[in-house]
Design a binder for this molecule. Sequence first.
Ligand SMILES: [Zn+2]
Length: 321
Amino acid sequence: MITVGLDVGGTKVLGVAVDDQAPGVVVASRRVPTPDGGLGLVDVLGALVTELAGRAGPPAAVGVGVPGIVDHHGTLHLGPHLRHLRAQPLAAQVSALTGIPSVVDNDANCHAVAEHRAGAARGVAEAVMVTLGTGVGGGVITGGRLVRGAHGFAGELGHMVVDPNGPPCPCGKQGCWERYASGTGLGRMAREAAEAGRLLAVVALAGGDEEAVRGEHVTAAARAGDEAASQVLDQLAWWIALGLANVANILDPSVMVIGGGLVEAADLLLAPVRTHFAALVMGADDRPTSIVAAALGEEAGAIGAAALAADLVAGGPRPPG
Ligand SMILES: [Zn+2]
């Protein structure tokens, strides 16, 4: 059975066609720009389904991952990038346009499903996925199933508050985990260190302008052996580990998967994250939690959305494995 998965990002929509017999393999894919604010998005999604159907065969269903909180009926309730879609019955609109069943879920939930079906948490019954990008997304698998909660809003790990006096978050609160354990957080910590005169090599990579320092300058300097850059990455690793430890204390997963843009620095981050996690989580010596990098790359969200579409046709989530 072919299903289509569509991952709606802040700047682009990635569409994939997947055969449910090989859930990690993309049969066809296509990327188009995200319309500003989500205006006209449903038509863009419909056109993607038509194009992928032409290349991969008619899909049985379509899944859509969106950045925001989505209820059990596929209605987006809060999504800063998609303000024109707020309170719209997105799943019903996509079904009406395409003529096939559709399911809409949070993008990080889709990513978690993909890693669970075909990636770094394949067959793992108790797993947590975090996507560390501009913000932080989360998805929780327990008993082999995605946790959606009473309203569909579960898994917003990035918005656990780790400092009530911290920087403002797009969600309207202050000091959310995603203000620290993200590319945004890394950039801010790096600029603070640069302004304190501690990051000369990094500032040089940014053209000599402290305000222009970005996360990629820090990782490049750290790879070149710059100690001050490594210290900033260690600070980032501590914040990542703090959130993972808080989540592990609640859910006790066996595997925690790190994805999103920061996974490109996994070679620099995973070891210090594991060290700090062991110091921060309760009972570390008796808790062999694996912290691993995501396996599926940037197509994961779309692959997971396609898997949710296959579940819809099959009549519900599959057992673990
Ligand atoms: Zn927040």
